[in-house]
Design a protein around this ligand. Structure first.
Ligand code: PLP
Length: 492
């Protein structure tokens, strides 16, 4: 932390004339910068740092050490399922046989197509649906694809009046956003005090203009939506389809299936539940599954297993079209395949159950110090509404210690903060998802630290309010960062 490179921008390390390469003079005319035709040469100098190779290596290595990841510490970021991603999966997706140009003729990529097909089939079995596409790039992209399936379904029946998608007010922000991007009008349905969808509020919203309803289960509060059968019947009776946001399928794995609950379309996040490193915008995958009768609407191309056991790519004329190039982020699919095979049918249900046990363990241990708005069994995650009043969390008191303060203080203790201020149903939401891959020792350390922060908030609130104290960058002014962002290294 206190080495001379730390905290300096690579631009500040720049010294005119320093370079990190030495290219031999090219013998082929036109292949070396110095031999570029005059007309193609830059007229002015680029504003790029000039550094030697070692300085660059140190700069980036030091920067990478500032990064927090599942591999560096506990990462209980609710709704994001930051589980451990086995290193074996990384080895397997780096196998040279998978490293093919995406335009390679299908006869040379039979193995890759087999992986695609088997992941597709396994997801269909896990979710109780008929067929999946693995083409969408992420969860939100899967939502958009699924909603396009719903739209195509209605339009192909000649039903053009269905313009609305119903979304619970507890939903992940991507749900209303995807529905809007797909061209639907978003109608919000309220939640009951226990966090589940309010069926009485839903009833008057249903009618011949409803294309479908999106539900997340367990919902973003980590609660199982007990009224799904009733809701599915109401939506189906009015002619709409049921969409399942399965980004958080983790606790359901091998225990219950969206297809059996009456859902018609769903997406799954391979980069959450099926163990691919994610965060920071890295590659993801949001497979979309549909019930029987909707398969032809899935995006092109589809991978097809032929009667002779070989694989081919198939385009359906009724499909909604292409939503990604080639077969999407293929290495994510390989990781999911490795995960599925190494877990096996026997162990997959264990993952979900352990994630539920871990979440409930933390919840019960910490509810003495943090406000638990919804009592009872949660699934893989749960939400606190800030600190309890006796620990300085009374949000009617302007000087209360906030969820943001707690999250910042956690960084001082080497833990990633939970998700904060989401879902929007509470003032001081603090959403914790430990996942199944953490040991009881880690959970106990986290519980001890959370209790300690609560005690600090009560006895020395200034300490918590001004945290973090020992991270490379202290607390940022969020408003200023949004209103006056600086995208350049120079002080303009
Ligand atoms: C993560 C998440 C999404 C969005 O997934 P991305 O891959 O980030 O686009 C959607 N819904 C829920 C409930 C999620 O947790």
């Amino acid at each position: 932390m206190n080495n001379v490179y730390y905290g300096r921008l690579v631009f500040e390390l720049s010294k005119p004339g320093r370079v990190g390469y030495s290219l031999p003079k090219s013998e082929i005319s036109g292949y070396c910068i110095s031999e570029l035709p005059e007309g193609l040469k830059r007229q002015s100098k680029t504003i790029l740092p000039e550094c030697d190779e070692l300085t660059v290596v140190r700069h980036y290595t030091n920067m990478s050490n500032n990064n927090f990841g599942v591999d560096t510490g506990f990462y209980p970021l609710g709704s994001c399922t930051m589980k451990y991603n086995p290193k074996l999966n990384e080895e397997l997706c780096a196998l040279p046989g998978f490293n093919r140009h995406p335009s390679t003729p299908v006869e040379y990529v039979q193995g890759s197509l087999k992986v695609y097909d088997e992941v597709q089939r396994t997801l269909a079995e896990i979710s109780g649906l008929s067929r999946f596409t693995l083409n969408p790039y992420a969860g939100a992209h899967g939502e958009l694809t699924g909603l396009m399936v719903i739209k195509a379904y209605h339009l192909q029946r000649g039903d053009v009046a269905r313009t609305k998608i119903i979304v619970p007010n507890s939903a992940h922000g991507t749900n209303p956003a995807s529905a809007a991007v797909a061209g639907f009008k978003v109608v919000e349905v309220k939640s009951l005090p226990d966090g589940t969808v309010d069926v009485e509020d839903l009833k008057p919203l249903l009618g011949p203009d409803v294309a479908g309803m999106m539900m997340t289960n367990p919902n973003t509060l980590g609660i199982f939506e007990r009224n799904i059968p009733v809701i599915a019947r109401l939506v189906h009776d009015c002619g709409g389809l049921m969409y399942y946001d399965g980004a958080n399928l983790n606790p359901m794995l091998g225990v219950c299936r969206p297809g059996d609950m009456g859902f018609d379309v769903m997406h799954i996040n391979l980069h959450k539940t099926f163990s691919t490193p994610h965060g920071g915008g890295g590659p993801g995958s949001g497979p979309v599954g549909v019930r029987k009768g909707l398969e032809h609407l899935l995006p092109n191309p589809q991978v097809e297993k032929k009667a002779d056991g070989t694989y081919d790519l198939h385009c359906d004329a009724q499909s909604l079209g292409c939503i990604s190039s080639f077969l999407s982020n293929f290495t994510v699919i390989i990781r999911a395949y490795a995960y599925l095979l190494s877990m096996g049918k026997e162990n997959i249900p264990m993952a979900g159950k352990l994630s539920v046990l871990n979440a409930n363990y933390i919840k019960e241990c910490l509810k003495s110090h943090f406000e638990l708005p919804i009592e009872g069994l949660c699934k893989h995650e749960f939400v606190f509404d800030g600190l309890r009043p006796e620990y300085g969390g009374d949000h009617h008191d302007p000087a209360h210690v906030t969820t943001l303060d707690v999250a910042k203080r956690l960084l001082d203790y080497g833990f990633h903060a939970p998700t904060i201020y989401f879902p929007l149903l509470f003032h001081e939401a603090l959403m914790i998802e430990p996942t199944e891959t953490e040991s009881k020792d880690t959970l106990d350390d986290f519980i001890a630290v959370m209790k300690r922060i609560a005690e600090e908030a009560r006895d020395n609130s200034e300490m918590v309010r001004t945290a973090p104290h020992n991270t490379p960058i202290r607390r940022l002014d969020d408003v200023k960062a949004v209103k006056e962002p600086k995208f350049t290294f120079k002080n303009l």
